[in-house]
Ligand binder design. Structure first.
Ligand code: GDP
Ligand code: ADP
Length: 181
């Protein structure tokens, strides 16, 4: 199988980042103008920066794509995806539906689109547990239906709902041999 990038997509708190860590592939670190959450590290979870910096990078042609998500700007730099496009090593990334479409257009069959789904109530409970305030929770859940609908285009959808982390973990781990890991 000639896959060079595993793209995780799904609603907020569906478990994308958790399952990405389970898969254990090197991750492409993307950029965001949102503030780090407790426990997040700059350069590891995201490149955290000012919106103006990201906009400048866009104008300088340094970004493959950017997306506006719940009042913040997110994006993937061209530099971070260059190796992947040239076929050097398998990697993974977490993207929203618009970013996932760009990755698919760039890489075609070399991108494995992995959707992560969970019940809305489960996502809400996880957002609460993550300490998000009610306004943020409402903003993130507002995109739920659209993000679930966008999973239609995925190669594989893993359900991580109702606390079924173990099962989701097993499914993702089962991918490793398929990916030559
Ligand atoms: N298009 C695009 N989306 C991104 C990028 N980085 C992260 N995202 C998406 O931005 C959304 C919000 O991410 P985040 O703030 O970490 O919130 P969470 O999904 O609730 O954990 C998610 O759907 C991510 O998949 C990027 O570089 N480009
Ligand atoms: N299948 C699951 N069952 C229970 N809790 C989960 C599951 N997947 C993720 N979580 C928890 O839900 C929260 C959000 O998960 P995360 O992977 O950060 O979501 P996302 O990256 O999709 O926003 C985290 O606290 C994580 O530990």
């Amino acid at each position: 199988m000639d896959i060079s990038l595993v793209v995780f997509q799904g609603p907020s708190a569906s478990g994308k980042t958790t399952l990405q860590a389970v898969l254990g592939l090197p991750r492409i670190v993307t950029w965001t103008s949102r503030a780090p959450r407790d426990g997040e590290t700059d350069g590891v979870d995201y490149h955290f920066t000012q919106r103006e910096t990201l906009e400048r990078m866009m104008n300088e042609g340094k970004m493959l794509e950017t997306s506006e998500y719940r009042g913040h700007l997110y994006g993937t730099s061209l530099a971070s995806i260059e190796d992947t496009a040239s076929g050097a090593g398998l990697r993974s990334i977490v993207l929203d539906p618009s970013g996932a479409r760009v990755a698919k257009a760039l890489l075609g069959d070399r991108a494995l689109m992995l959707g992560v789904s969970a019940a809305r109530s489960e996502c809400e409970a996880r957002l609460l547990a993550r300490g998000s305030d009610p306004e943020q929770i409402a903003a993130r859940l507002a995109g739920y239906d659209e993000e679930i609908a966008a999973l239609e285009g995925c190669d594989l959808i893993v359900r991580s709902g109702e606390g079924a982390l173990e099962r989701a973990r097993e499914i993702v781990l089962a991918l490793r041999p398929m990916l030559g890991l």
